[in-house]
Design a protein around this ligand. Structure first.
Ligand SMILES: [Zn+2]
Length: 438
């Protein structure tokens, strides 16, 4: 059924031209200009961003939007085609989950399903099980014949979410969409996608959930926030999920969104608080066995109880460290994984099966992955890639699952940055609130 390729979509003339012609006789749609010209500015109808005309010139007469160029150029030669989608019928939903929500999760789930506000933010600590809170709401929406989507800025997170939801909703056809996906789009009442894909939907979702709103690039990207608001239906419900909200975003949304806190983890234990370890000029020590003793001794101690994740600020440094550690710790199994690693999926999977004692990594494992029996080390925590949000997420990789195994979190730093201080403060604050619920 070719018309299923366009229901609820927001496409450029160029994209529509690639579809079979008969589709346009089978569906209803409206067409709007892609770019609106206004005195010295242009407004993009796809991402909502305003650009000065002189920065958006294609030639003497035509203009384009530089903000959403990566989606295929939207310019004054294009129209945006906004396709309607049919109403769906109520149906029976098969839901298979062998666990139950904690009392605190259930309370939030209950509030989401009964309250009239249509903008919610769930602020739940890492490992609290914020995804599970959505289960009752998703069942309700799907059973009523409504359309739902879960979006995340990170492809890895989308993949993890897809695996989890296809397991608990085994009969649902859940479409997974991201930039690296080669399968063409087709209509489905359950969509999991990267936030960038939301630019291609228009008034499509009755329920839209954006996971990890503090992750790059969603945070501070007005275009993505515009895409989110317009991808959902006008009366649709929007839910933001985060473990560590960006302060500015929190300020902006405070009036519109109802905020739900979940400060205690699924297993009811508090978050491991990071040990801050000052290491003067650690970078100069990498080649010297003796000077690396603080790290080597720590790893030897930690691997007795747990597997160890070592976060490095760059791939280059990670590779250098891996060679040295392999030499200095010959009986320890060590590997590394980064965004440039072709075997990254396999390695992450092997780590899940506890195949390595030590896994060196960069920011790719900052969020969205759960390993059992893990301690976490951050080398060079002062580096700019380690924002407050990243550090809270990284610390949150420890002690997520299973029995308590003496998981530890250590930040090695040369300089105590604002991000380090704020991350520790936020973790302590959530633990204070969590203690009251224990
Ligand atoms: Zn644009």
């Amino acid at each position: 059924m070719p018309y299923k390729k366009v229901w609820g979509r927001r496409l450029l003339t160029r994209e529509v031209a690639q579809l079979p012609k008969e589709i346009l006789n089978q569906v209803t749609y409206q067409r709007i200009t892609g770019i609106v010209k206004q005195s010295k500015q242009i407004i993009c109808q796809r991402c909502g961003q305003i650009t000065q005309q002189q920065e958006a010139k294609l030639n003497e007469e035509e203009y384009y939007c530089p903000h959403c160029l990566f989606l295929g150029r939207n310019d004054t030669t294009q129209e945006l085609w906004l396709f309607d989608q049919p109403a769906l019928f109520p149906r029976q939903i098969i839901f298979t989950w062998d666990k139950t929500l904690t009392i605190e999760q259930a309370k939030i789930a209950q509030r989401l399903t009964t309250q009239v506000t249509d903008h919610h933010l769930i602020w739940a600590v890492t490992g609290a099980g914020k995804t599970e809170i959505l289960y009752p709401l998703l069942q309700l929406f799907l059973a009523a014949g409504k359309r739902v989507a879960i979006a995340s800025p990170r492809v890895d997170v989308c993949q993890e979410l897809w695996l989890r939801f296809t397991t608990v909703f085994p009969e649902e056809k859940i479409v997974l969409l991201h930039g690296k996906q080669q399968v063409p789009y087709t209509f489905s009442s359950f969509v999991i996608c990267t936030t960038h894909q939301l630019y291609r939907f228009y008034h499509a979702f009755d329920l839209l959930v954006v996971d990890e709103i503090d992750a790059f690039p969603y945070v501070r990207d007005k275009g993505l926030q515009y895409a989110t608001e317009t991808a959902k239906k006008l009366d649709g419900q929007l839910i933001y999920l985060t473990a560590t909200p960006d302060e500015r975003l929190l300020k902006e949304i405070r009036r519109k969104f109802q905020i739900h806190y979940l400060p205690l983890r699924f297993h009811q234990r508090l978050l491991p608080e990071p040990q801050l370890i000052f290491w003067n000029n650690w970078r100069q020590c990498l080649n010297k066995r003796k000077k690396m003793n603080p790290l080597i001794k720590k790893i030897q101690k930690l691997v007795k109880d747990n597997h160890v994740l070592v976060f490095c600020p760059s791939i280059e440094l990670m590779n250098e460290l891996q060679i040295k550690l392999a030499e200095w710790l010959p009986t320890t199994t060590i590997t590394s994984v980064s965004s440039k690693d072709k075997k990254r999926q396999e390695k992450v999977q092997a780590m899940r099966h506890q195949k390595y004692d030590v896994l060196l990594t960069t920011m790719i494992l900052e969020r969205g992955v759960t390993f059992e029996n893990i301690s976490v080390l951050v080398l060079g925590a002062e580096h700019e890639v380690f924002t407050k949000s990243a550090l809270v997420q990284i610390a949150g990789r420890a002690d997520r699952k299973g029995e308590f195994s003496n998981s530890q979190v250590c930040f090695y730093y040369h300089e105590k940055t604002r991000a380090i201080k704020k991350a520790v403060k936020e973790i302590k604050m959530m633990n204070k609130a969590g203690k009251l619920l224990q």
